[in-house]
Design a protein. Structure first.
Length: 136
């Protein structure tokens, strides 16, 4: 079961019938997501495999997973915000046992994102999992 904030996203997506409305909602989530300091936009934090530029800065604080992120594409910034709601605040073991593809499928993203965006989303999830694996 996903976190409460992610469940709220699922409920919102269920309420929004039209994919265009969902798309706009994802963009709005990205606009509301805290910006990443430019000092973190370096090759070490860049996520390869994304069509747009993406940076993720994952950390483990007090046994809980957290991350900051940014993208130069509005829709991808929204996807980062969605991943944040899915993973942030979980323990490392919870991150590792979260079935991200299944949870994200509940939003229908796989049906509406281009293959490049889907690959980028997968690459972001992989970076998150790798960080959790290194910390476990």
């Amino acid at each position: 079961m996903a976190q409460e904030k992610f469940e709220e996203i699922v409920e919102t997506f269920e309420f929004l019938d039209d994919w265009e409305d969902r798309y706009r909602h994802v963009i709005e989530m990205g606009k509301a997501f805290p910006p990443l300091d430019d000092a973190f936009k370096v090759p070490a934090t860049k996520v390869e495999g994304c069509a747009s530029q993406v940076w993720l800065v994952p950390t483990i604080e007090g046994g809980k997973f957290e991350f900051q992120g940014a993208s130069d594409a509005m829709i991808v910034q929204g996807l980062i915000a969605i991943l944040h709601e899915l993973f942030a605040g979980l323990t490392v073991s919870e991150v590792l046992t979260t079935d991200a593809p299944a949870e994200l499928a509940r939003l229908g993203l796989d049906e509406h994102l281009s293959s490049q965006r889907s690959n980028g989303l997968r690459a972001m999830v992989e970076r998150i999992i790798e960080t959790a694996q290194k910390a476990s």
